[in-house]
Design a protein around this ligand. Structure first.
Ligand code: URP
Ligand code: ZN
Length: 452
């Protein structure tokens, strides 16, 4: 395949060159146009060509209490690929009590095998700590999984000393720990207090998780990581100005190996989503949607490169399931959709001049690939990389449930107009999606062994 007349967004800047693809990989980037009879030639018509999106925070098939996420690996990846995301790394759910780490990895291999339209990997999940679990980390790494998720909240949270042990061991092995940082004890106290006072509406979900609950936990985990010999630590879904300030402060004090992710919902939405008691249920997620001042701080964080990654935390539940929280916000399953919308939302911020297109590519594709051991196979347009690409055009796109491919029955950005659309999604050198339609039903992605 040859893609001509495109503007390639590469790490060396925007190149107006032809892209040659062979056997699913980028063969050559050249000004010279040299067509053979059997070549498929795509005219990009002076539009941008980006590396496929890499979403390192999805929850396909997640079981939360009694509720199962609406998207499994098929529908979740269908949504992802339509939105220009060609690789996902899933944050897998907790397994049975005391199960081994490999148990859940094997369960998820079964979920994803022959069922995923993007390439995929998993983060290991650490739900308890003992010597057997610590010894298992190296086995996951040998199996292509060098990242491990820990929680500071929820039932399977780890204590500070357990977090320390995980960080120290993963650091020794050369892996990375991803952390959901919220102060569990305070949150549980606020939740209980609100419910006892009859404050049951969605807005109390946000009020029960004040900003300081995130920033305190971030400050604590950063200190624990520092104690564990500057262990690499990746903060997932950072949502607050105060939390980001803790990161900036620690970096200024010389702590290295800190990586920060935020998500579109913390950039584009504010806590007015909770004003409507019914619709507000759709936005119950942890952390909650924050204030406009937090949006602003996070956008500054992206511009200043304090934030490394924008991922999604895609974890949608059907509205019927969300209604479980109608009379009590604590009964609502946490999470929302986003995997299909991330790339277009971030591109909209490019069209509005908020960030440049190179930054957009870094935070949605290059940085997550580098941090999690997918680079340079993924996350870049360079010779030898996988030919996972998106070709844009300048037509508007209206985000809506109607035009989306997730199973879930609503969209968090319903009606938002975006000043770009995705013309084609190319995976392994084949056009999979054109004009928002899947044109190759047979393609399936592969498990990608990652290495740090
Ligand atoms: O509310 C959320 N984010 N649900 C998914 C699980 C998690 O906490 O990341
Ligand atoms: Zn998550």
């Amino acid at each position: 395949m040859i893609i001509k007349n495109g503007k390639l967004v590469t790490e060396k800047g925007i190149l107006e060159k032809n892209l040659y693809i062979k056997d699913g990989k980028i063969l050559k980037i050249d000004s010279h146009f040299d067509e053979n009879l059997e070549d498929v030639v795509i005219d990009a018509k002076n539009n941008f060509i980006l590396p496929g999106g890499v979403d390192v925070h999805t929850h396909f098939n997640l079981l939360s209490g009694e509720s199962r996420a609406a998207d499994d690996f098929f529908s979740g990846s269908l949504a992802a690929i339509h939105g220009g995301t060609t690789t996902i790394v899933d944050h897998i759910g907790f397994g049975p009590e005391n199960c081994s780490l490999m148990h859940q990895i094997n369960v998820y291999h079964e979920y994803a095998k022959n069922n995923c339209l993007t390439d995929y990997s998993f983060h290991g999940v650490v739900q308890h700590v003992n010597q057997k679990i610590l010894d298992e980390f190296s086995e996951l790494m040998r199996n292509g999984i060098p990242s491990f998720k820990v929680y500071m909240t929820y039932d399977d949270k780890l204590s500070d000393s357990e977090l320390y042990q995980v960080l120290r061991k993963v650091n020794e092995l050369g892996g990375i720990v991803a952390v959901h940082a919220e102060n569990d004890d305070l949150i549980n106290y606020f939740r209980e207090t609100f419910i006892n006072q009859g404050c049951t509406e969605p807005k109390y979900h946000a009020l029960s998780r004040p900003n300081i609950c995130e920033s305190e936990a971030i400050s604590r985990i950063l200190k624990i990581a520092k104690l564990a010999n500057d262990a690499p630590i990746y903060i997932v879904h950072l949502s607050t100005e105060e939390g980001l300030n803790e990161v900036i402060k620690a970096r200024k004090e010389g702590q290295k190996n800190i990586f920060v992710e935020t998500c579109p919902q913390y950039l584009f939405l504010d806590d007015s989503v909770y004003d409507d008691d019914l619709n507000g249920l759709k936005y119950i997620m942890a952390p909650p949607i924050r204030k406009k001042s937090d949006n602003k701080a996070l956008w500054n964080g992206i511009k200043n490169k304090d934030i490394d990654v924008v991922a999604t935390d895609h974890c949608p539940f059907y509205f019927d399931e969300k209604l479980l929280g109608k009379n009590n916000f604590t009964k609502c399953p946490n999470g929302g959709p986003g995997v299909e919308d991330r790339m277009l939302l971030m591109l909209d911020s490019v069209s509005k001049g908020i960030i440049d297109i190179e930054t957009m590519v870094q935070i949605t594709s290059t940085n997550p690939s580098k941090i999690y051991g997918l680079y340079p196979k993924k996350g870049t347009i360079q010779v030898g990389s996988d030919a996972d690409l998106i070709i844009l055009n300048n037509k508007n796109h209206i985000i809506s449930k109607e035009s989306s491919h997730s199973n879930v029955d609503y969209n968090l950005y319903e009606g938002k107009k975006v000043n770009f659309s995705i013309d084609k999604v190319i995976k392994d050198g084949e056009v999979l999606v054109e004009n928002n339609k899947l044109i190759n039903n047979n393609y399936r992605g592969s498990f990608i062994e990652r290495k740090l």
